[in-house]
Design a protein around this ligand. Structure first.
Ligand SMILES: NC(=O)c1ccc[n+]([C@@H]2O[C@H](COP(=O)([O-])OP(=O)(O)OC[C@H]3O[C@@H](n4cnc5c(N)ncnc54)[C@H](O)[C@@H]3O)[C@@H](O)[C@H]2O)c1
Length: 356
């Protein structure tokens, strides 16, 4: 196994003044620490996967059987911040995906690409969301297509474009791809890092890079009203960080066939924003925190009250053992974040990035 990163995430957080709750050591330190715990060495390549010279150097030195492609600008609000952030998101995400495809074709045509997409590719249609594909019966003839997609941010739109690029090269070059339509991930602790907080993931709670559960927990601890956007009926599929690891492992262990684009909807439970705010308030109250919930004007352009029923059986069929967002899981997250209470910077919680 080897790992590649350009520190794009750290750099753009720093540029925008949106530091994570606690500092995370660099990849060299983290892989050394992991080797001392597990005995597994992980070579590290630091460089930009948008640059073909760097990509080809990596694939010459380390030719993989499987590529787990996480390397994208992953924040929807950042992608809507300004033209520069939009261009960076478009260029970075599409070029990394294209370069991974080109590298597979040139260096390891039988390798399996496991790509992290997003449930946000589908948007919130007024019909059930199928797992990637839909059969359409039109004027007496039938065919199978990728399920219609209509994203709510530029970031999510780049994920749709990634899927289209992958699908094109699956058809033309016969590469093997699994595209994981992942919902927002919550949690910090896994079996691998529970004894060592130096291996915790990046934990942002600001409006640009923070995800909703992380944000609500920090807001609850900071005595900041939980910021529900608009009516709060926005419903999405969520999963525990331990389950995202399981899903990726299951996809790697059960690869797609050559010439197959396999799509899984990767989440465990659906919640509305109001559900999440209430859950965090209830558990925080139990821990002695006084929490209020406040509806704020929605800076995004999205349905605040909608139908949402996505299929998600593929990963369960492969053996996913789901973890659920129980009160105990939320309490453990709150207790972990409480250890860093003095580092919370209230000024970065709300920024007001408008979609238009
Ligand atoms: N976290 C979530 O809730 C969530 C939900 C759905 C999908 N995803 C997707 O999962 C993946 C991982 O998300 P994350 O939350 O861990 O984000 P992250 O920012 O922590 O991980 C992405 C990593 O890729 C690196 N990277 C980006 N562009 C690169 C480039 N050009 N060259 C080399 N490295 C580059 C970044 O520096 C970062 O370390 C992303 O593709 C994201 O879109 C995440």
């Amino acid at each position: 196994m080897a790992v590649v990163d350009s520190y794009l995430r750290r750099n753009i957080c720093r540029e925008e003044g949106m530091e994570p709750l606690f500092q995370v050591p660099d990849l060299h330190e983290r892989t050394q620490l992991w080797e001392s715990i597990s005995g597994y060495p992980i070579p590290v390549f630091i460089g930009d996967l948008v640059q073909w010279d760097f990509v080809s150097e990596v694939f010459r030195k380390f030719t993989p059987d499987t590529i787990i492609h996480y390397a994208e600008q992953p924040a929807a609000p950042y992608s809507m911040l300004n033209r520069r952030a939009a261009t960076l998101t478009l260029h970075n995400n599409l070029m990394v995906t294209a370069n991974v495809i080109f590298a597979v074709q040139e260096f390891c045509p039988d390798a399996h690409i496991v790509k992290i997409g997003t449930m946000g590719e589908y948007g919130t249609p007024n019909i059930d969301i199928e797992e990637g594909w839909i059969e359409i019966d039109h004027k007496g003839r039938k065919d199978k297509f990728i399920f219609p997609r209509q994203a709510g941010s530029l970031y999510h739109t780049t994920k749709i474009m990634d899927t289209d690029l992958l699908w094109f090269y699956v058809r033309v070059w016969g590469i093997r791809v699994t595209d994981l339509m992942q919902g927002p991930v919550y949690g910090l602790i896994t079996d691998e890092n529970e004894k060592n907080d130096q291996l915790f993931p990046f934990f942002n709670y600001d409006e640009l890079f923070g995800t909703v559960i992380n944000r609500f927990i920090v807001q609850a601890i900071a005595g900041y009203p939980l910021t529900v956007y608009g009516k709060g009926g926005q419903t999405r599929g969520y999963l525990d960080i331990r389950d995202t690891l399981q899903c990726v492992r299951l996809s790697v262990e059960n690869p797609a066939e050559p010439g197959e684009l396999r799509i899984f909807n990767q989440f465990v439970e659906t919640f509305s924003v109001n559900d999440l705010a209430e859950r965090v308030r209830k558990v925080a109250d139990r821990l002695g925190l006084k929490v209020t919930i406040q509806s704020v004007e929605n800076p995004r352009k999205e349905a605040e009250d909608h139908y949402y029923n996505p299929v998600h059986t593929g990963l369960l069929d492969l053996g996913l053992q789901p973890h659920y967002l129980t009160d105990d899981v939320l309490a453990q997250m709150i207790e972990t974040v409480l250890l860093h209470k003095d580092k919370i910077n209230k000024d970065i919680i709300f920024k007001g990035v408008k979609w238009k």
